[in-house]
Design a protein around this ligand. Sequence first.
Ligand code: 5GP
Ligand code: MG
Ligand code: MG
Length: 187
Amino acid sequence: MALDSHIERVLWSEEQITRRVADLAAQISADFRAVSPPPVAVGVATGAFLFLADLVRRIELPLAVDFVRAESYGSGIQSNCAPTISLDLKVDVKGRHVILVEDIVDTGHTLCKVIGHLKSKEASSVSVCTFLDKPARRKVNVQLVGEGKFYRGFECPDYFVVGYGMDFAELYRNLPYIGVLKPEHYQ
Ligand code: 5GP
Ligand code: MG
Ligand code: MG
């Protein structure tokens, strides 16, 4: 069955995503222009992989790129309160400005864990660039480090969304847009 036929509603089209990513990259390029050594963009695997790839290729500055993976053992659509870092950085972030790149911030538990991890590695600042933000479901505040800034693509209504890197049961990450699944596919 074709992938599009699983989607009930498109929330952000490929064109809207492309335009918003370009805005975010322009903002980051301006804000980090004077930073030395070059900043480190850290994607949270797996969900951020498409956003990270699109974002960094539009940032007009030298920068390092790396990944961390944070895993929570919750159900398919809910993260639990204590995610663990299951893949660590290769780049040494000590004394560097880090831009943490996420697909979506929901309760905030994942981001808190990863920010704490980067802080323990003595990053000089931690900024967050998340494509989607669901503030209605926030349980813990996102505490940036140093002069860190918070960037977001769009505020997301309280739906479980898929596409543009985001999965349901490891599927739908390859959708080029963001949408909501038909109920019969959440099984
Ligand atoms: P948090 O720890 O902030 O509750 O959730 C963070 C992670 O849960 C996100 O990085 C993402 O992987 C997953 N997540 C939260 N909301 C959604 C959603 O609406 N759709 C999908 N596919 N994943 C989500
Ligand atoms: Mg994520
Ligand atoms: Mg997931």
